[in-house]
Design a protein around this ligand. Structure first.
Ligand code: ASP
Length: 432
């Protein structure tokens, strides 16, 4: 079993989950599944939630502090951050337009939406009381709420992840500003803890096949009750959801990036794609921007001719904080789950998604499934139960593989744009 790659094992878990789900529905094994199988799915969700706060805290501190010398890097840093932010917001906007137009969640029948949403009525009520609180408070309360008055208090609840992100960025910036002799041990400490947390993600992901099996079986049983036809409805809705994610990702690669390259660089997009294709293949097969980083750097430096002084700063930062594919996925998924639970999203909710999906794609580590964990932030911010992850977790891996391609392509596009303005190219042999 050890030798089978993880994504295949997760896929097998998914197939077995579906099979067990069908058997349970046909043989009316609902209570057995709820008592004996579903808890393993709950444990998996808990494990994901368990590492969310430490992961964001440590990976952001270590990512921001990679800026190293503020004065030297402030110009390039400013440009890079601005471009990363702009491309991320464009990505989220595309995702939101696609999901609001296609409405994949509505492929679930009205009755099913009502049933699901009443199942999560407690959270809906929470949302209503949150909304009322918001009405009573001033218009700037949303911003005030991002700034914690006690970081340990913030870390005590997964609902406060925005506050943890705020603290981590502040800490990372301050870490760059303190004298090197004092800063280096702290940075090394956080880099080390970062490794440990990533290892925990690794360990948790080994449990993913079992978690996915349990979640999927329980989901099908919960969903279908005694009617197998209704299970089919769920899978057609998931198909449309996956299509919406893939379409938005494709728009980024086929429309936004070529336009950016054409307007802001001298490199033809065909040449660019040829140059970074090895990195894209790596991203697809590892689902990790971090694992792909060495290949991305090599492609951008050797094939495109970007000078190391630009690429060695822009690319590692991008791998950590710039995830256009992940942010598209967060936006589409949050709205899909809300639609599936029958939550009506207001304009404020959609704007909240733009803000939180930006921040949580920044906070997501560059490893497989990291986006799933930070999705909890986006769902929490719009008052949708994180249990909704159960709906999409089973088909996350193929989507993760595709969004990671977009993540690293976005990094390479921005690197080329920054290099163009910084005279950061050198001559290289053209690729055949
Ligand atoms: N796997 C993605 C990456 O490493 C992150 C995610 O969306 O889960 O870029």
């Amino acid at each position: 079993m050890k030798k089978i790659p993880l994504h295949i094992r997760i896929f097998i878990g998914m197939l077995l989950g579906i099979l067990l789900g069908i058997i349970s529905i046909v043989f009316h094994l609902g209570p057995f599944i709820t008592n004996w199988i579903k808890p393993f799915g709950t444990i998996f969700i808990n494990l994901l939630k368990l590492i969310a706060i430490p992961l964001i805290l440590v990976s952001l501190i270590s990512g921001v502090s990679n800026l190293k010398d503020i004065s030297k890097l402030s110009r390039i840093g400013g440009k890079t951050m601005a471009l990363y932010l702009i491309t991320t917001v464009i990505a989220i906007a595309i995702g939101l337009i696609a999901v609001n137009t296609i409405k994949p969640g509505n492929f679930l029948s009205k009755e099913k939406q009502v049933e699901l949403s009443s199942k999560y009525a407690q959270d809906a009520n929470l949302k209503v009381s949150d909304a009322q609180k918001l009405k009573q408070s001033g218009p700037l309360q949303v911003i005030v709420d991002i700034v914690p008055d006690n970081i340990f208090g913030s870390m005590g609840s997964n609902r406060n992840m925005l506050q943890v992100i705020f603290f981590s960025i502040l800490f990372g910036i301050a870490l760059i500003m303190v004298p090197e002799a004092k800063g280096i041990p702290v940075k090394n400490f956080f880099d080390g803890v970062n490794e440990v947390i990533l290892k925990i993600v690794d360990i948790v992901m080994h449990y993913a096949p079992v978690g996915v099996l349990a979640l999927l079986t329980a989901l099908m049983v919960d969903f279908a009750g005694d009617d197998p036809k209704q299970a089919l409805e769920l899978f057609s809705a998931l198909g449309v959801y996956a299509f919406t994610v893939l379409l938005s990702l494709a728009l980024m690669i086929l429309l936004v990036y070529p336009l950016a390259m054409r307007l802001f660089t001298h490199i033809s997009y065909k040449q660019f794609l040829k140059a970074i294709m090895p990195a894209q293949i790596m991203a697809f097969s590892t689902s990790s921007s971090a694992a792909t980083l060495p290949v991305t750097m090599e492609c951008v430096e050797k094939n495109l001719g970007v000078k190391e002084e630009v690429s060695s700063f822009v690319l590692p930062l991008g791998a950590t904080i710039n995830m256009d594919g992940t942010s598209i996925h967060q936006a589409v998924t949050a709205v899909f789950i809300a639609q599936a639970f029958g939550h009506d999203l207001t304009l404020v909710d959609q704007l909240t998604i733009i803000l939180t999906a930006t921040l949580s794609s920044i906070g997501a580590a560059a490893v497989p499934s990291a986006g799933l964990i930070t999705l909890v932030i986006v769902l929490g911010a719009i008052g949708v139960s994180p249990e909704g992850l159960a709906l999409i977790i089973a088909i996350d891996r193929p989507l993760d593989m595709c969004r990671t391609i977009v993540n690293i392509t976005g990094d390479a596009v921005v690197t080329s744009m920054v290099a163009t303005t910084e005279n950061g190219f050198q001559k290289v042999e053209p690729l055949n």
